[in-house]
Design a protein around this ligand. Structure first.
Ligand code: B12
Length: 450
């Protein structure tokens, strides 16, 4: 197939608003969308980007992008609670730029030929719908494609409600160039292989107003299959990048954009360390750069040996989160996960402590809000983590279709989880028959602090 002789089209990428009870930029960027943007640029396509969550928008109050290692609050506008959640005693809001700023920004750019919208959480879909409504008002004739986590996990709901011209489930990398041809007539020879991450360009983080930190994806997928996690549905194949290529990417963002904070988005960063993370971190050390690494998406504690901990400390790991989930190791089974034993956990803790990591740097995620959970179990897990000298970090469970816990979650819920993804919001403790209560959260938080 010969490349198209017609001029390259203009594609607009949109990261939509969040509608939720709480949201904060804890190193959250639309990696998938900016990956697609970079692939389009690689093929000569003109790409624009509007981020409804832009904390550094020209009309927003100026803030230092490098404060708090790049993290920070979104602008927030109160909204009515969504239908079905009127009884939740929490403030629901739109997070992100003001709607009139978005409309103005859309009017200021050259009209696009195609618009790609992402979505990062199932229960954020009302923000996605509101964004698409504005896109359709400003560009009524331009096709809009929606992809990402929400249409992948709730395809029928997204198809019915989102207002996009096309709804895509699963990775966008496979069909991207085909859709460009279908909607714009522009034919392209692929210059990358969707099955080989080493052929991908760096995600287009440079399209942001400010690059305050950079997320890194060194692998896709996970060899474990935990009952609460959708990773095997979202990324069934475990694909890895060459460690040297990751080091080059770190040097690129550090050298060209002064980035100091790097955030791993991998589901299984530490597995197979000799061939993956060890050479990567040794490469960072050889380069002699001073950077900080963060793993807000938990790493597998069983992989944390003495050698691993020393290398992590030396190369600049700053915020570490371990996926512990529960302190009740005797009851750990296929119903939850089989990724960690008590012995492995203790050994990881010892390695991290002797490598010099402080208590505040190492958090152990503990799931709360699981179906059939008792408060006592969570309280004991908190105590277990504290006894080991780590910081317990509560991770509120979100039920997801297709995962091992989905049937139990539906049975335990006071909502019809299948009918509306709004009910999968972890902030409302959806897998309990009891109404939402601040007291329960406060008691657990007090136990974490006390
Ligand atoms: C990295 C990560 C994070 C990061 C932030 C990520 C972000 N962008 O906001 C951190 C660690 C901060 C995080 C936090 C949380 N996360 Co998280 N996270 C992930 C993780 C591991 C990877 C996401 C990712 O970037 N993948 C890589 C990119 C390349 O993939 P992608 O964005 O999906 O894009 C691809 C496709 O979706 C598609 N695509 C995307 N956009 C578009 C657009 C178009 C037009 C098209 C055609 C295609 C397309 O193509 C892309 C390339 O193939 C996923 C699990 C997973 N394996 O996906 C969980 C996941 C998304 N997180 C989840 C959860 C529960 C959370 C938390 C609520 C955890 C908690 N209990 O506190 C918090 C919420 C924080 C927040 N965002 O405010 C859930 C989702 C829950 C839900 N209801 O939707 C997931 C699925 C994990 C799980 N439990 O199974 N998370």
């Amino acid at each position: 197939m010969a490349p198209s002789p017609s001029p390259a089209p203009h594609v607009l990428l949109i990261n939509p608003w969040i509608h939720d009870f709480a949201a904060y930029d804890v190193w959250a960027k639309p990696m998938g969308l900016l990956m697609l943007g970079a692939i389009l640029r690689l093929h000569g396509i003109q790409v624009s980007y509007i981020d409804c969550l832009d904390r550094f928008h020209a009309k927003a109050r100026a803030t230092d992008p490098f404060l708090r290692n790049g993290r920070g609050p979104y602008l927030k506008t109160p909204l009515e609670n969504p239908k079905g959640l009127e009884d939740i005693d929490r403030r629901f809001s739109r997070y992100g730029i003001r709607p009139d700023w978005l409309t103005q920004d859309l009017k200021n750019i050259a009209p696009p030929d195609l618009i790609l919208v992402t979505s990062l959480m199932t229960y954020w879909y009302p923000g996605t719908i509101e964004t698409i409504q504005i896109l359709k008002k400003v560009f009524p004739r331009i096709p809009v494609i929606l992809g990402g986590i929400y249409p992948t996990l709730f395809p029928d709901h997204a198809q019915k409600t989102c207002g996009a011209d096309r709804v895509v489930s699963g990775p966008g990398t496979q069909g991207l160039l085909k859709w460009i041809q279908e909607y714009t007539g522009y034919r392209i020879e692929p210059a990358f292989d969707p099955e080989d991450l080493n052929t991908f360009p760096y995600p287009a983080f440079d399209l942001q107003t400010r690059v305050s930190y950079v997320p890194l994806l060194t692998s896709l997928g996970c060899p474990f299959s935990c009952a609460y996690c959708a990773s095997p549905i979202l990324n069934p194949k475990h694909l890895r990048r060459n460690p040297e290529a990751v080091v080059k990417e770190i040097l690129h963002w550090h050298g060209e954009y002064g980035v100091k904070d790097f955030v791993f988005y991998d589901d299984a960063l530490l597995v197979n360390p000799e061939r993956h993370i060890f050479p990567m971190l040794k490469g960072v050390l050889d380069a002699g750069i001073q950077v900080r690494f963060h793993t807000p998406n938990a790493v597998h504690a069983k992989e944390v040996t003495r050698e691993m901990a020393l290398l992590m400390k030396a190369s600049g790991f700053h915020t570490l989160r371990l996926g512990v989930e529960t302190g009740d190791f005797s009851n750990r089974s296929k119903d939850l996960d089989q990724k960690l034993t008590l012995k492995e956990f203790k050994s990881a803790v010892q390695s991290l402590q002797s490598a010099g990591f402080s208590k505040s740097q190492v958090g152990a995620y503990l799931l709360t809000g699981l179906p059939e959970e008792s408060e006592k179990e969570v309280a004991l897990s908190i105590d277990m983590v504290k006894n080991q000298g780590l910081t317990p970090v509560l991770a509120y469970y979100t039920p997801l279709p297709g995962t091992g816990l989905w049937e139990k979650a539906k049975a335990a819920s006071r909502y019809d989880l299948e009918a509306d993804p709004i009910f999968t919001n972890n902030a409302i403790f959806p897998c309990s028959k009891e109404p939402f209560s601040w007291q329960r959260i406060s008691r657990l938080k007090a136990r974490v602090r006390g």
